[in-house]
Design a protein around this ligand. Structure first.
Ligand SMILES: Cc1cc2nc3c(=O)[nH]c(=O)nc-3n(C[C@H](O)[C@H](O)[C@H](O)COP(=O)(O)OP(=O)(O)OC[C@H]3O[C@@H](n4cnc5c(N)ncnc54)[C@H](O)[C@@H]3O)c2cc1C
Length: 506
């Protein structure tokens, strides 16, 4: 692959914008481009053979959203299903319908895994190298702007800690990311290791036909029970036009989430007590909440788990599921031995132990021949990278629905592209020249999956526009209405042919 050329390689196919990834974010990005920058050419490169990303990959029983679809859905396309906490297949068909209704699906090139992107300042373009996952062939193309919608975790394998003795276990061990229809749990004794959103989703579903399900957790998580159907949303949708009702419900949910997050950070003891009361109400009076449902951290220091219609608590109360809070000493022939000495017998062990985080879909980046170490960059508004031109990434909120931020990111990118077109700019690069901006981690969460990988992420800065606020209202001000020419974003024009020849001869 050429490092930096004087002249663009005209033999390569060129698009104005290249989107990487055809999940929820990539399809949303396609919509924003078509609606706001209709003259721009674009393509979507997708490593897999279908649209949907997360919502196609995960096939475990009960797979569902853990935030409401009025905010996980796109701003531009009302969620019309009855359930606000929706099942995976409904979310997948929502994404696919969005793609097919406006021809976004025709822009997707499947089985193209992007492995490297090299920026050339003299050409003001990226050269992209993609590997065909079906033929192993290498494909190159170029683009003026790169929009990364690659999600945030590895698709090939989930995270499994190094457990002792797994080879001795006579039953089956499965990670939820590798769940297939052949994974049989009916009538079986199942142990689910983990206490995050996946475990909380899986357990009530498995408990419907398993002999018994045990949730084995190292430590408890915060859980909040909410109705799967939102009665206010359903009433508003009966009374008002779909789009208006959708906007009102979105804002209601955005505000509720923001208030709950801010209150958790400012008055953690209140929120702790409130959440505890919610759990107490749903479990039998003598239940040992202190051991199994009293987290050691403050609410929203890690993502709070949603329990739709109290399904997990119902399964526990009915005796179909139970919780054990302990640590694994070793797997045995018949199940697990715990550090307390207790034994858990199992036919199937589900390792709901999390994801392996991955930045930019594992792609390498280089700017003018210099490889970019992501961890050495500072993120600009949580969606571009200092010193990296013409590149944005759709990275959603950790304390609210992912799509809220991705929609705003795409709106901002469209504003940026239109501004550049209007002024004849070829490049836009965030540059931090303010020495008082100090570095902070990109994600302010104490979850182990974040702590394991945070050193691979860019940093954020201590103040705007380098700060990642995790706050939808502030991001609306910054991304929808904020000045594009803010001093940190540097724009430049491509040298004219005469200037280019002069530079070449100099
Ligand atoms: C089980 C589960 C439930 C979740 N529930 C919620 C929820 O309720 N609310 C919420 O806000 N968030 C939730 N999330 C987070 C969730 O991933 C996002 O909400 C959303 O689906 C992310 O969409 P995305 O398109 O950004 O990423 P993904 O869905 O991960 O899609 C990324 C796409 O990019 C492709 N890709 C990656 N790298 C490359 C590459 N190098 N070249 C080409 N293509 C590439 C992938 O194949 C994939 O198709 C959940 C996550 C999981 C795992």
């Amino acid at each position: 692959m050429p490092q930096t050329s004087r002249w663009p390689d005209v033999s390569l196919e060129h698009v104005d914008v290249l989107i990487v990834g055809a999940g929820l974010s990539g399809i949303g990005a396609g919509h924003h481009l078509q609606a706001n920058c209709p003259e721009k050419t674009y393509a979507i490169l997708e490593a897999r053979d279908c649209i949907g990303g997360t919502w196609d990959l995960f096939r475990y029983p009960g797979i569902r959203s853990d935030s409401d679809m009025f905010t996980l859905g796109y701003a531009f396309r009302p969620w019309k299903e009855a359930k606000a906490i929706a099942d995976g297949p409904s979310i997948l068909s929502y994404v696919r319908q969005t793609a097919s209704e406006s021809g976004i699906d025709e822009k997707v090139r499947f089985q193209h895994r992007v492995v490297r992107a090299e920026w050339s300042s003299s050409d003001a373009r990226w050269t992209i190298e993609a590997r065909r996952t079906d033929t192993e062939e290498t494909v190159q193309l170029s683009c003026s702007f790169l929009l990364m919608c690659t999600g945030y975790y590895r698709y090939d394998e989930g995270y499994t800690p190094d457990f002792q003795g797994t080879e001795r276990f006579a039953g089956e061990i499965v990670h939820p990311q590798q769940w297939t229809e052949d994974t049989d749990y009916a009538g079986k004794r199942v142990v689910v290791i983990g206490s995050g959103a996946t475990a909380v989703t899986l357990i009530p579903s498995l408990a419907k036909s398993a002999a018994h399900v045990t949730m084995l957790q190292r430590s408890p998580s915060y859980m909040v029970s909410l109705p799967a159907e939102d009665p206010i949303a359903n009433t508003l949708r009966r009374l008002l036009p779909a789009r208006l009702a959708y906007q009102l419900v979105r804002w209601k949910n955005v505000l509720l989430t923001m208030v709950s997050f801010q209150l958790s950070r400012r008055r953690p003891s209140w929120v702790r007590a409130l959440m505890r009361k919610g759990v107490e109400r749903q479990l039998p009076p003598d239940y040992d909440i202190d051991t199994h449902f009293k987290p050691r951290y403050n609410p929203w220091d890690q993502r709070v788990c949603l329990v739709p219609d109290g399904d997990l608590f119902e399964a526990i109360s009915a005796g179909r599921a139970s919780v054990v809070t302990d640590r694994i000493d070793t797997f045995t022939e018949r199940g697990l031995r715990l550090e307390s000495g207790a034994e858990l017998e199992a036919d199937l062990i589900v390792t709901a132990t999390g994801l392996n985080l991955l930045t930019l879909g594992g792609m390498e980046l280089a700017v003018d021949g210099r490889d970019i170490e992501l961890a050495e960059t500072m993120s600009y508004k949580g969606m571009m990278l200092g010193g990296v031109p013409n590149l944005a990434m759709a990275f959603g909120y950790t304390n609210a629905s992912w799509t809220l931020k991705c929609d705003l990111t795409c709106e901002y990118v469209c504003r940026l592209l239109n501004h550049m077109q209007e002024h004849g700019y070829a490049t836009c690069t965030p540059h931090n020249r303010d020495p008082s901006v100090t570095e902070e981690p990109f994600i302010d969460f104490s979850s182990s999956y974040v702590l394991r990988s945070i050193d691979q992420f860019p940093r954020q800065g201590s103040k705007a526009p380098w700060r990642l606020y995790q706050n939808y209202a502030l991001d609306i001000l910054s991304l929808r209405y904020g000045a594009l020419e803010d001093g940190a974003m540097q724009f430049s024009r491509l040298a004219s042919p005469v200037e280019a020849v002069e530079q070449l001869l100099a």
